[in-house]
Design a protein around this ligand. Structure first.
Ligand code: C2E
Ligand code: MG
Ligand code: MG
Length: 609
C-alpha cells in the first residue's frame, strides 16, 4: 500500500514537472506555425492517411498545435490515445479502434476513426509533451519502417519546437542563455531550491560603459565580441557544468552561488577568480571588471530585483575600487535618490512653480555696507519638499542639465538685479557656475547678450567658480574665464582652501576675488591654527592683488577676527541668511537706514542676531 502511495506521489510530481516543461515552452494556445504544419502535412502524405496532428497533452485536453484533416483544435484528454503516448512515452499503434479494448467506446471511435499511430514528442531533458499522430478511417497495419519514420517526424517536430524556443534565448556572441532565459529559470527556482531558502547571485560586469564605448571606438566591435567570448569560456569553466552562466547584458553575466554557500566564501571565490582573470586576459589594461553579489530569497525576491541589485553592487565595486561588492540597500537608496533628483529636476526646469532664487547679502567689513548679493538656487518639489542645492547641484551639474540650470539662474538673477537697480538698490550680483558651463563654447557670448538685454553693466555681475571646476578641464576653462574677464564680468574663486589652493596657479587666471571657504570660519575664534591659516590666505591673496571674501561668518567673534586680519568682505548668517527678494529689499533698506544714522558695523549686527 505504502509502495503504491509512493508511486502515485512520484507520478503526480512527474506530471507536474511535465506540465511545467510544456508551459515553459509557451506552446499551448499559441498561433499556428508553418514549420510544424509542413511536417504535419508531410506525415499525412507519407502514410496516405487523412488525419495527422501535433497533439500536446495539457492537464485535461489534447491540444493540437498543428493539424490536418481535423476541424477541432482540441479533444478531451480522457480516452485520447495521444494521452496514452504521453503517459507511456512510447509509440502507440492501434490497427483498428473497433477491435481495441481501451478505445472501442472512445469518442474518437464514435467519430469514425479506425486507425491510430502516435510517436512521443520528447524534450531534450526527457519530458513527453504529447504525440505526433496519424489517423485513418479504415483499419490499417503499420510496418516497423513506418514506425521509425513516424518517430523521425516526431523528432523533427521537437527539434523545431526547441529551436524556436532557443531563438531569442541564447546570446549569439557568447552562446550562453540570455536575460530572458535567466528570468524564466529564476521563476522556476523553486524546482531546485526550497521556498524561503536564501541564495546569492553574482553579476559580473566586464567593463565600465565608457570603457566599452572607448574600446568600440578604437578597436571595433570584434574586439568586444572576443572579450565577451573569452569571459564566457572562463566563466563556464569556473562555474562548472552543473550551474548555468547567463549573458544578461552586452558585457554582463550572472550566475548563482552553489546552494548553501556562505556569502564570505562566495565573495572570496569571486575575488580570486577576478584576480586570476585580470592576470590572464589581454583586455585588463583597458577595462575594469567588477562583480556585484545580490542576495535573494527563493519565492520572495523577484528576478528583476536580483538583476538590478547585482548591477547596483557591481557599480559600487567599480566606484570603491574593490572589484567584488555585496549589494548595499543604503548605496542603492542613495543612487536611486540621485536618479530621482535628476529626473525630477529636469521637470522642475520646465515648470515655473518649483525653482526660485534667494539672495544672501555681502558686506564690506570696513563699513558694514551691503555691496552685493549671492544668488542661491532653491528647489521646492511637490512631494520631496525643499531639496538643498548642496544635494542636487552636485548631482545635476555633471549632466546636460547644467547648462539649462545656470541659464535659468543667470536669467532670474539678472532680472532681479535690474529690478533692484530700478528701485535704487545698487548691488553686484554673484552667481555660481558649474564646471560644465565653462566648457560651453558660447557661454560668454550668450551672457554678454543677456546683460545687454537687461540693460546691465558686465561689472555688475560676478561669477563664482570653484577651483575643482576649473581643474576638470583647465585649458578650456581658462579660455572661457579669459573671455568673461575681457567682457568685463568679475570672477571669484569659491570655496577657496578646499581644492588645489595653488595661488601660483590662480595667478594665471583672470580672477579678482578669493572666497575663503566657510569650513575655515567654523570656530575660528577659538582655533589658533585656523586663525593662522586664514591670516596667511588673506595676506597672500592681498599680496597677489585679490580681494578676499569670508563666507559662513556666523558669530560676532569670528567677524571681529576677520576684520582684524584685513578681510575685505563677509557673508554669513551673522548678517543675514539667504533671503527672498522681498525680504532682501526690506533688509537692505533697514541696513541703509542704520548706516545713515551713524551706527557702525557692530551695531548693525544687532539687526539680525
Ligand atoms: P556656495 O556657493 O559656497 O554658497 C554658500 C552656501 O553657504 C550657501 O548654501 C549658503 O546658504 C550657505 N551659507 C551662507 N552663510 C552661511 C553661514 O553663516 N553658515 C552656514 N552654515 N552656511 C552658510 P546653499 O544655498 O545651500 O548652497 C550650497 C552650495 O550649492 C553653494 O555653495 C553652491 O556651491 C551651490 N549652489 C547654490 N546655488 C547654486 C546655483 O545657482 N548654481 C550652482 N552652480 N551652484 C549653486
Ligand atoms: Mg558661491
Ligand atoms: Mg562657497
Amino acid at each position: 500500500m505504502r509502495l503504491m502511495m509512493a508511486t502515485l506521489h512520484s507520478e503526480t510530481a512527474h506530471e507536474a514537472s511535465r506540465q511545467e516543461a510544456l508551459r515553459r515552452l509557451d506552446l499551448l494556445d499559441s498561433s499556428p506555425s508553418e514549420a510544424l504544419d509542413r511536417i504535419t502535412r508531410m506525415a499525412a502524405q507519407l502514410f496516405a492517411l487523412p488525419i495527422a496532428a501535433v497533439s500536446l497533452t495539457d492537464s485535461d485536453r489534447q491540444w493540437f498545435k498543428s493539424r490536418v484533416g481535423v476541424e477541432r483544435d482540441s479533444i478531451a484528454r480522457m480516452k485520447a490515445p495521444c494521452a496514452m503516448v504521453t503517459a507511456s512515452a512510447d509509440v502507440l499503434i492501434i490497427p483498428d479502434l473497433h477491435q481495441d479494448a481501451c478505445f472501442r467506446d472512445s469518442p474518437l471511435a464514435d467519430s469514425g476513426v479506425r486507425f491510430y499511430a502516435g510517436a512521443p514528442l520528447t524534450t531534450h531533458d526527457g519530458f513527453c509533451l504529447g504525440a505526433m499522430c496519424v489517423l485513418g478511417t479504415a483499419p490499417r497495419a503499420f510496418t516497423p519502417a513506418e514506425t521509425a519514420a513516424l518517430q523521425d517526424l516526431a523528432a523533427m517536430v521537437m527539434a523545431q519546437i526547441e529551436l524556436q524556443h532557443a531563438l531569442g534565448r541564447v546570446d549569439p556572441v557568447s552562446g550562453l542563455p540570455n536575460r530572458m532565459q535567466f528570468i524564466d529559470d529564476f521563476d522556476d527556482l523553486d524546482m531546485h531550491f526550497s521556498l524561503g531558502e536564501p541564495g546569492l547571485a553574482a553579476l559580473v560586469s566586464l567593463a565600465k560603459p565608457e570603457q566599452i564605448s572607448n574600446a568600440l571606438r578604437v578597436m571595433g566591435s570584434t574586439y568586444l565580441d572576443e572579450m565577451v567570448g573569452e569571459a564566457a569560456r572562463m566563466l563556464r569553466s569556473v562555474v562548472g557544468a552543473e550551474r548555468k552562466v547567463y549573458h544578461v547584458g552586452a558585457t554582463q553575466f550572472i550566475f548563482l552561488a552553489p546552494r548553501g554557500m556562505e556569502q564570505a566564501v562566495f565573495c572570496a571565490l569571486l575575488e580570486r577568480w577576478l584576480g586570476e582573470r585580470n592576470r590572464a586576459v589581454t583586455s585588463r589594461f583597458v577595462t575594469t571588471a567588477s562583480v556585484g553579489v545580490a542576495p535573494f530569497v527563493v519565492g520572495q525576491t523577484v528576478c528583476h530585483d536580483v538583476l538590478r541589485n547585482g548591477h547596483s553592487a557591481a557599480q559600487d565595486a567599480v566606484e570603491s575600487l574593490s572589484r567584488v561588492c555585496m549589494y548595499s540597500a543604503e548605496h542603492d537608496a542613495a543612487y536611486r535618490r540621485r536618479f530621482t533628483l535628476i529626473n525630477e529636476f529636469g521637470r522642475a526646469l520646465e515648470r515655473t512653480d518649483q525653482l526660485r532664487l534667494v539672495f544672501q547679502p555681502k558686506l564690506l567689513m570696513a563699513s558694514g555696507a551691503c555691496i552685493g548679493a549671492e544668488a542661491l538656487l532653491r528647489w521646492n518639489h511637490p512631494t520631496l519638499g525643499e531639496v538643498s542645492p548642496g544635494e542636487f547641484i552636485p548631482v545635476i551639474e555633471h549632466t546636460s542639465m547644467a547648462r539649462a540650470t545656470t541659464a535659468w539662474v543667470l536669467e532670474a538673477a539678472m532680472r532681479q538685479l535690474a529690478e533692484w537697480r530700478a528701485a535704487g538698490i545698487e548691488l553686484q550680483m554673484a552667481v555660481n557656475v558649474s564646471a560644465t558651463n565653462l566648457l560651453e563654447p558660447d557661454f560668454c557670448a550668450r551672457l554678454a547678450k543677456a546683460l545687454a538685454r537687461h540693460g546691465l553693466q558686465p561689472s555688475s555681475l560676478s561669477l563664482e567658480v570653484t577651483e575643482s571646476a576649473i581643474m576638470e578641464n583647465p585649458m578650456v576653462a581658462e579660455a572661457t574665464l579669459d573671455a568673461l574677464a575681457h567682457a568685463g564680468v568679475h570672477l571669484a574663486v569659491d570655496d577657496f582652501g578646499t581644492g588645489y589652493s595653488s595661488l601660483s596657479y590662480l595667478q594665471r587666471l583672470p580672477v579678482t576675488v578669493v572666497k575663503i571657504d566657510q569650513s575655515f570660519m567654523r570656530g575660528i575664534e577659538h582655533d589658533d591654527r585656523k586663525r593662522t591659516l586664514v591670516a596667511t590666505m588673506i595676506g597672500l591673496s592681498h599680496d597677489l592683488g585679490y580681494r578676499v571674501v569670508a563666507e559662513g561668518v556666523e558669530t560676532p567673534a569670528a567677524a571681529a577676527v576677520l576684520e582684524g586680519q584685513g578681510c575685505d568682505e563677509a557673508q554669513g548668517y551673522l548678517f543675514a541668511r539667504p533671503l527672498s527678494p522681498a525680504a532682501f529689499s526690506a533688509w537692505f533698506e533697514q541696513r541703509r537706514q542704520a548706516l545713515r544714522s551713524g551706527d557702525g558695523p557692530l551695531a548693525n549686527l544687532a539687526l539680525t542676531i
